[in-house]
Design a protein around this ligand. Sequence first.
Ligand SMILES: CC(C)(COP(=O)(O)OP(=O)(O)OC[C@H]1O[C@@H](n2cnc3c(N)ncnc32)[C@H](O)[C@@H]1OP(=O)(O)O)[C@@H](O)C(=O)NCCC(=O)NCCS
Length: 179
Amino acid sequence: MTVLLAPRLPDPTVTISGVRFAAERLQDRARVDALVDEAFGPGRFAKTSERVREQAPARLDLSICAWAGEELLGAVRQTPVRIGDTPALFFGPIATRADQRGHGVGAGLTMRACEVGAAAGETVVILIGAISFFQPLGFERVPEGRVSLAWPTDYARLLWRPLTANALDDVAGALSPRV
Ligand SMILES: CC(C)(COP(=O)(O)OP(=O)(O)OC[C@H]1O[C@@H](n2cnc3c(N)ncnc32)[C@H](O)[C@@H]1OP(=O)(O)O)[C@@H](O)C(=O)NCCC(=O)NCCS
């Protein structure tokens, strides 16, 4: 008899220089929310990124927390979206604890989130953020006119990264939730 096993994502947990990067669990949600609130303040709810995230839930298995023991150092979430017909991951929010910045946790979270997305078969990560932080991590500006959002958007901050070769070649259209 043949038994088909459902595909299972590899455990995303890795430890680098004493920092453990692991998928967000349900019980982490309140701590991640508190960290993000502290990093961005109440103004974050006015952001276009929040409008996108209101449309569909983040995927916890593709959202990463950085831990030192039981201490949460930082976190990033990823939400499934489409660009035109192409599935993509909407990256963010990303935040690291104020007293932990500049030690590589933000870069580690970004790289791990992309690796875990790629392992899940995703091909494109898109976000609204600072090019100065994300360009060294493989992101580039979305060419003008390729992607449209339904809300007022600073398109100079719309960045994407391919997770496989040539993944961006034919991607264009409106960004919409993938539910
Ligand atoms: C942005 C943030 C997540 C970076 O986290 P971090 O743990 O300090 O990041 P890292 O230590 O991995 O920094 C990686 C590199 O990015 C640089 N960097 C850090 N924050 C940056 C920022 N806001 N803009 C530009 N570059 C930045 C660092 O100097 C470092 O450069 P180096 O490798 O040449 O030293 C953190 O500052 C944060 O939580 N900020 C508040 C929330 C926020 O603004 N998030 C969204 C950003 S678009």
